[in-house]
Write a protein that binds this ligand. Structure first.
Ligand code: COA
Length: 692
């Protein structure tokens, strides 16, 4: 047999081995090969059973995502699974790595499942905006019961093999020799001679109405705006009303309906984009430098988070503070952070000890002589950073990478100061740095390609989602956010309120509105950031000085009980008449006549401003592809993933309409803020979108 499926014979057992790199997706060739294998076993008197096993790193990772949207090719997955389940002779799935989505559905249709103890199973379809479409929502509950199946189907998490065994999803778990164990299991089934256990013939468990209601509520909160998790519950409940075949047909129809929808398209785009941004043009085949010891200069909130991010991933970390006192205070704070994780049960004491042991602190930059990579995270002050880079250039070994965590400052200036510009770059983390997934790696004009390859590699090693950006003020995330802030402030001048803007944006799907977030992050910090950027602001941006006014009033946000909102004991934001007065007085003092600003205008001005800036970044070559912009905004600021990120969303909205709205807003706020990016004009003229 040619193609990805080969059949070997062991005594009276046929072993169908699937080798379809990289992750054994259930593509057409795989399905066809397995169909042929089961037909052959059923038709051959000298064969007693079929074992299905995969080569490479994993069992089937699911339906082939790359076939979605293309004309279906027979045999389709439900047909194949039905054929396997209907086989007259035992079919045993031998699972290693992960059995995901269609891969698990196929295994559930087999007569037994044997897995390595390191394996995991799951139905992650909801993460792609889908529900299982090949019987997963009908077969899993029949094996594990209703209550155990609901979270697996509706939340898409993975279950480790030992737990899956205890639940009843697996029949045996072994530590080694999977193939031998699966063969032995098949032989035992043959020898036992009992009727085959077909999952479809098991009774459907009764639904637990209270659990359904509770899960629906919790999903509505945790996955706000996502339709797939609710649809997954609908699919499980089909078993209450319909016989197996009909429930399967309806489940499949539901899956196909979701596949055509905007949410699933957006989520699948993000799945592919996450993998695309890892492939930086120009770095193909470039070997990264070796990194095992990392220095972090600056031990404030960001620095301490960065220290933990590296220590958590097994790097040796040397944290340098500006004094002995600050160094020991930082170590104490970091130790406390780990102790907190242990107390909450999210980290073992042993693992915490190992992480802490990887960290040392010093007040001397000379301690960094042996570092392979140094991340600078001191106050945003260009002169101080230049001086630091000059020293780092001298004290670190040649070839050690020097990265700045600056948000706004020009990394080329720091590179020049270091005397080793080829080794200098940016690594821009987001707060809290040990938690947030996005990492903006920054390529300065002289950064060596192997340094860039090291940044991408190291980012992945510390569990981040790294993207590559060129040098510009604010890189991707802060550059786009600055435009949303600008429009927000302009609209506050024109008559909108913080409560209105927050409500419109949370309504769109952001987890928090900009003003509630600003109160949480601290207006004092935004005041400091604004001072750094002041010289680059336009006259109107300088004049929209709400942050300065709040700062002068000591309204720093939640920490002082008042900022854009007032806060009581419950820390819930309450509208504050003092802010309404401040806004009115501000407009009056500047001769601005206030009006009622509509919600649609609020939404468009906040979001289109970001789309336009994203287009500029792309047009200027700061990022290589629109994917970087979408991945950055979804992962750093909670741009709703169901819309695919700003540029995907602009395409879905229709770029000509977006462009026309920009021209309309130019008439209100001024050409300098709203002229569509040249790239947008070009794409509209060509009848294209950012994604073609
Ligand atoms: N269909 C087609 N291609 C798939 C795939 C699938 N179901 N799952 C993964 N791939 C591809 C990825 O796109 C990637 O391709 P690329 O190298 O061209 O970018 C490649 O396989 C490797 O995947 P990656 O995610 O980088 O590898 P990993 O080892 O980190 O993770 C998985 C492997 C299987 C855990 C992960 O890819 C995954 O979760 N896949 C989706 C599973 C899923 O949702 N299945 C249900 C589909 S309805």
């Amino acid at each position: 047999m040619s193609g990805p499926v080969s059949v070997r014979i062991h005594g009276r057992i046929a072993i169908a081995e699937v080798d379809h790199p990289p992750v054994n997706a259930l593509s057409h060739g795989v399905r066809a090969g397995l169909m042929e294998a089961v037909e052959r076993v059923d038709a051959s008197p000298e064969l007693d059973a079929l074992v299905i096993i995969c080569a490479g790193r994993t069992f089937f990772s699911g339906a082939d995502i790359k076939e979605f949207g293309k004309p279906p090719q027979s045999p389709q997955l439900p047909q194949l699974i039905d054929r396997l389940e209907s086989a007259a002779k035992p079919v045993v799935a031998a699972i290693h790595g992960k059995a995901l989505g269609g891969g698990l559905e196929l295994a559930l249709g087999c007569h037994a499942r044997v897995a390595l103890s390191s394996a995991r199973i799951g139905l992650p379809e909801v993460k792609l905006g889908l529900v299982p479409g090949a019987g997963g929502t009908q077969r899993l509950p029949r094996l594990v019961g209703f209550a155990a199946a609901v979270p697996i189907v509706a939340e898409g998490g993975e279950v480790p093999a030992p737990k899956a065994l205890a639940m009843g999803a697996l029949d045996a778990v072994v530590d080694t020799d999977l193939e031998a164990a699966a063969i032995a299991h098949a032989q035992a089934l043959v020898a036992g001679g009992a009727p085959l256990r077909r999952t479809r013939d098991l009774p459907a468990p009764a639904a637990d109405a209270a659990l359904v209601e509770e899960t629906r509520k919790s999903l509505a909160r945790k996955k706000r705006g996502h339709s797939a998790p609710q649809a997954a519950i609908d699919a499980i409940l089909l078993a209450q009303e319909f016989p197996f075949e009909e429930a399967l047909r309806r489940e499949n129809a539901l899956c196909h309906e979701l596949m055509q929808g905007a949410q699933s398209k957006a989520l699948r785009h993000l799945f592919a984009a996450e993998r695309e941004v890892a492939r930086v043009p120009g770095l193909e085949g470039v070997a990264p430098r070796s990194v095992s010891t990392v220095g972090v200069v600056g031990t404030g909130t960001m620095g301490a988070g960065i220290v933990q991010a590296f220590a958590n991933a097994g790097f040796t970390v040397i944290a340098v503070a500006s004094s002995e006192e600050k160094a020991s205070a930082a170590m104490a704070r970091i130790g406390k952070a780990y102790a907190g994780l242990v107390a909450r049960g999210s980290l073992s004491q042993d693992e915490s000890d190992r992480r802490v042991a990887r960290i040392s602190v010093s007040a001397e930059l000379a301690a960094l002589a042996g570092a392979d990579l140094v991340v600078e995270s001191i106050t945003e002050d260009l002169a101080r950073k230049q001086a630091l880079f000059a020293t780092l250039g001298a004290v670190t070994r040649p070839g050690a990478i020097l990265a700045s965590n600056t948000s706004y400052l020009d990394i080329d200036t720091l590179a020049a100061a270091s005397g080793r510009p080829a080794d200098v770059c940016g690594m821009h983390f987001f707060n809290p740095a040990n938690v947030m997934r996005l990492l903006e790696n920054v390529r300065a004009s002289a950064t060596a390609t192997d340094v860039l390859a090291t940044l991408m590699d190291t980012g992945k090693r510390i569990g981040k989602l790294p993207i590559m950006s060129g040098v510009c003020e604010g890189f991707v995330v802060n550059r786009l956010l600055a435009k949303r802030s600008r429009e927000g402030f302009f609209m506050l001048e024109e008559g909108a309120t913080p409560g209105q803007i927050d409500k419109v944006l949370t309504g769109f799907g952001f987890p928090m509105g900009p003003y509630a977030l600003s109160d949480l992050a601290g207006i004092d910090l935004q005041y400091a950031a604004r001072q750094v950027r002041m010289a680059g602001l336009t006259e109107r941006e300088k004049s929209a000085d709400f942050v300065d006014q709040l700062y002068a009033l000591g309204r720093y946000g939640q920490k002082t009980g008042a900022g854009w909102y007032r806060y009581g004991e419950d820390r819930k934001p309450q509208p504050d008449p003092a802010i309404a007065e401040l806004l009115a007085a501000h407009a009056a003092a500047r001769g601005i006549t206030q009006r009622s600003v509509g919600d649609q205008e609020v939404l468009e001005r906040c979001l289109y401003a970001m789309v336009n800036e994203g287009a500029k970044l792309l047009g200027e070559g700061i990022v290589a592809r629109p994917h970087e912009v979408d991945i950055a905004m979804v992962n750093a600021i909670g741009w709703p993933d169901t819309t695919g990120g700003p540029l995907w969303w602009a395409d879905a909205t229709g770029l000509p309409a977006v462009r026309d709205a920009m021209l309309r807003y130019a008439a209100i706020a001024g050409d300098e803020y709203w002229m569509p990016a040249p790239l947008i004009e070009r794409l509209v003229a060509e009848g294209k979108g950012f994604y073609g």
